[in-house]
Write a protein that binds this ligand. Structure first.
Ligand code: CAA
Length: 253
């Protein structure tokens, strides 16, 4: 390695074969990272398709099965990756689900299932990488929130609460790790061209798109570029921020 070359970073992306996760894996691999996509084991067909889509990366992106809602799964996963690759330098928490229903119709199961993935999952992964990152003096954590964590959305009390919680978590952890070379930031996507958004009823989705100033759904690559920016070695002075990428759907200062 020449004196100026950056070390090859090891990046873990949860929800790694999902709508946003696949694009994030691709972008980080293009930036020179060794990428481990983490997702549920059950989605076998999607794993095959994922490998086909990303075959051009020739082993720079590999797949590991784990359930982020299970602390012990995350403990074993991170230990396995650190043993094999030496470190986890970048963690992107992109695993997320929806369980949409207005509150008057929402079951405790819809609430708890969502919290376990969207919020506990962030704790379970961060808790298991943070010691290694602070000990080595380098880490980049990017947590995927949502515009709906900033604005609230009809039918999403669970999702909006979890996604707002994700940014609170990021800010607190950013303070805890700021002097140890570890940054923690949030990216809040707007409505993107993913299966999650495709599942919204056609008329509601059409109205949402009509309200996006840029006039279209976000592309997963739009989100991946923001993640890559925050995950870079030279982004060390940016921590605790929420970077909205939503086509102007929600603006604040
Ligand atoms: N705003 C205001 N009123 C609404 C409404 C809305 N968005 N949606 C429904 N209502 C009204 C209806 O007109 C109806 O009114 P009346 O009773 O006066 O007739 C009433 O509320 C119906 O209430 P229900 O509790 O029966 O709602 P529902 O079961 O018909 O629909 C829902 C609930 C399926 C959740 C639906 O509101 C919906 O799909 N909302 C959008 C959810 C959404 O945007 N999800 C995003 C998923 S993608 C994602 O989350 C990614 C990301 O990060 C951006």
């Amino acid at each position: 390695m020449s004196e100026t070359a950056l070390p090859k970073r090891v990046a873990v992306v949860t929800g790694g074969i999902g709508g946003l996760g696949t694009a994030i894996c691709r972008q980080l691999a293009q930036a020179g990272c060794k990428v481990i996509a983490v997702d549920l084991a059950a989605r076998d067909e999607r794993v095959v398709a994922f490998h086909q889509e990303l075959a051009a990366f020739n082993g720079a992106i590999t797949f590991e099965a784990a359930d982020v809602s299970n602390f012990d799964d995350c403990l074993q996963l991170t230990a396995r990756i650190e043993q094999e690759h030496g470190s986890i330098d970048v963690l992107v928490n992109a695993a997320g689900i929806t369980r949409d229903a207005s509150l008057r119709k929402m079951s405790p199961q819809q609430w708890h299932e969502l919290m376990r993935v969207n919020l506990d999952g962030v704790f379970n992964m961060c808790r298991n990488v943070v010691d290694g990152m602070t000990t080595r003096g380098f880490g980049r954590i990017v947590n995927i929130s949502s515009v709906n964590g900033q604005t609230g959305q009809f039918g999403q009390t669970n999702y909006s609460a979890a996604k707002a919680g994700v940014h609170g978590f990021s800010m607190a952890l950013a303070r805890e790790t700021a002097r140890k070379g570890v940054t923690v930031n949030t990216v809040s996507p707007g409505y993107c061209d993913t299966p999650m958004v495709a599942a919204v009823a056609d008329d509601i989705r059409a109205q949402i798109i009509a309200d996006i100033p840029v006039g279209r759904l976000g592309a997963p690559a739009d989100i991946a570029r923001a993640v890559n920016f925050l995950a870079a070695d030279d982004a060390g002075y940016i921590t605790g921020i929420n970077l909205p990428v939503n086509g102007g759907y929600f603006m604040s200062f």
